[in-house]
Design a protein around this ligand. Sequence first.
Ligand code: 13P
Length: 211
Amino acid sequence: MNENQLREQIAELGKSLYDRGLAHGSAGNISVRLAGGDFLLTPTNSCLGRLDPARISRLDGSGKLIDGDPPSKEALLHLAMYQERPRSEAVVHLHSLHAVAVSCLADINPADVFPPITAYAVMQVGKLALVPYYPPGDAALADAVRKLAGKHHAVLLANHGPVVAGTSLTAAVNAIEELEQTAHLMLSLRGRPTRLLTAEQIAELNRRFPS
Ligand code: 13P
């Protein structure tokens, strides 16, 4: 896809997330890597449901604004994901309801937030790591994401929300939707006896569907 097509796709998928209640207000941001090494990133304080493709920020590899509106305050966090994951072509961050609820729980395993409830959670989210709390846009938040990004394409910012990288924008959006769905399931099943996937079943999924 060329740059204009990617700008259109960011606006189209942003609206899709917004229309289905996965994004609200000015929360969340979306980026894609361009062929020459620059990035497109949604502008700060923009609503994902009402993006103007022509005003999406274009940044160079160091995060400097090349054109468009001032970028998301999470630019450093997006760049950290790309720098640690050379095969990632897109990054999506949301404040989706159930994932944020899970990010506020005091008793989750920070190395592996979701129990293995479904095959798609294992295949598309994998081991979800919890990133310690820092304020939105803080350089320390980007540093904390960088420490985990090499091993995790999906991370959950404590008391904030999920960040997912993908090999395309549709892959990243599909995975963050699966993450939100899994968070909803996890909360729905809390306190109920639950049959989890076994270690053998997880290993078989990883063999059949390598990431
Ligand atoms: P921006 O409006 O700067 O993109 O910030 C929104 C957000 O989700 C912060 O985490």
